[in-house]
Design a protein around this ligand. Structure first.
Ligand code: MLT
Length: 400
């Protein structure tokens, strides 16, 4: 079931145009009714004679929302007792994925005369099935390391490979929205919540980790979606397991190997990471990875990306820099991909892998198409999540 999308209206806002805190209670409630409407029915509590009365509410407001904003509400049962249950709800703005508010509601089911009664089984089962479908972050042992991976939904598999130094959450919007696909979004070794060994990083190792992960999850064929370094890993995967790849989505990446100057810059970054830590690398990279529109206008995204980069283990940073430094030139591979459905996406403000590099890849892969995402830098899935998801959705819908 997709998350619930609700629009903010002017009558819900205060004199400064901010969504009013009290109106949020109604929006959270509306989202819960929408979940029931699409599931066991809005009358599920009437039918079962057990009415959920709110016993406790905790809301945290993280950022302002404005008239016209479309908010994405996700809800999850976090506890079910005999007569009570707890629901956690999270609201993000759809356009930039900014976290707007989180809430926790504790309900006690009561009969018409106000006596506590058991939580209706039908409701409990429906929500539990949703939780299974939504997928938790799993920790799976593959290829000598434990990888954190989010697996969501059923259907043909799409593997989302993040770049450096990020984690699987750059794909949050896409993973939430691509219904009908089994979305697999791991943290590569050394990044996010995966193991970060001191040694053993190369494009071959990253690709072998992912092949082993797909084996473990029973996914034989896959659509590869790789951003930047994730694209380099996708190229390596293709060199080794071309027959497993149904289609390819390259996001803000390049096929060329590092230049001699690029290799020197990798060494400098590795020294910075060793001497000053991940935060110094994050500060140096932030102005390059985000587009001017994001840097100037979306502080929540700037914070989110900086926090993600600064949380990367130093071993993973140094390992990834070494792996990228030594990676093969993949431009000859592009010519061999004729017949493979391919989409290339790039942010028009990307200075790390600019649109010209994306166009060169499209020209080299026979039949590939290009989508340029406006007002995005190197991270369109985070900076312009809706547009990026739409582009991937349209591409997936056209696959044979
Ligand atoms: C990435 O986003 O993965 C990196 O910027 C890639 C690179 O440095 O070549």
């Amino acid at each position: 079931m997709p998350p619930i999308l609700l629009t903010v209206y002017p009558d819900e806002c205060d004199a400064f145009g901010h969504l009013n805190q009290a109106a949020f209670l109604s929006l959270f409630e509306r989202a819960r009714w929408e979940v029931l409407r699409a599931g066991p029915g809005m009358d599920v509590f009437d039918r079962t004679g057990a009415w959920p009365a709110v016993r406790r509410t905790v809301i945290e407001y993280h950022a302002a929302a404005y008239p016209g904003d479309v908010l994405r509400f996700e809800q999850e049962l976090t506890h079910v007792g005999r007569t009570s249950f707890t629901m956690r709800q999270v609201a993000h703005r759809s356009t930039d994925d900014a976290l707007i508010a989180t809430a926790e509601f504790v309900f006690v089911c009561v009969s018409r005369n106000g006596r506590p009664v058991p939580v209706p089984e039908e409701f409990n089962e429906f929500m539990a099935a949703r939780r299974r479908h939504r997928g938790e972050l799993q920790r799976l042992a593959v290829n000598g390391v434990t990888l954190a991976v989010e697996v969501r939904g059923d259907g043909p598999a799409a593997l989302f490979i993040h770049g450096y130094p990020f984690d699987h959450t750059i794909w949050t919007h896409q993973v939430a929205a691509l219904e009908g696909w089994c979305r697999i979004a791991p943290d590569l070794r050394g990044m996010g919540q995966s193991d970060a060994p001191d040694l053993g990083y190369s494009m071959e190792t990253y690709a072998a980790d992912l092949a082993a992960l797909l084996d473990l999850l029973g996914a034989r064929d896959v659509v590869l979606v790789g951003l930047s370094m994730g694209g380099y890993v996708a190229f390596e995967f293709l060199r080794r397991w071309r027959e497993r790849v149904r289609a390819l989505v390259l996001v803000d990446t390049r096929a060329e190997a590092d230049t001699p100057e690029g290799r020197m810059a990798r060494d400098t970054s590795a020294a910075t990471a060793r001497e000053q830590g991940a935060a110094a690398v994050a500060d140096a990279m932030l102005p390059k990875v985000l587009g001017a529109s994001t840097l100037g206008g979306v502080p929540a995204t700037v914070d989110r990306v900086r926090t993600m980069m600064a949380a990367t283990p130093v071993a993973g940073i140094v390992g990834a820099l070494g792996a990228m430094r030594e990676r093969a030139d993949s431009t000859p591979l592009l010519r061999e991909l004729a017949g493979l459905p391919a989409l290339v996406i790039v942010g028009d403000e990307d200075e790390v892998t600019p649109p010209a590099q994306a166009k060169a890849m499209v020209e080299a892969i026979a039949g590939a198409s290009l989508v340029v995402i406006r007002s995005a830098g190197h991270l369109p899935p985070v900076e312009r999540p809706v547009e990026t998801t739409d582009a991937i959705l349209a591409f997936l819908a056209g696959l044979p």
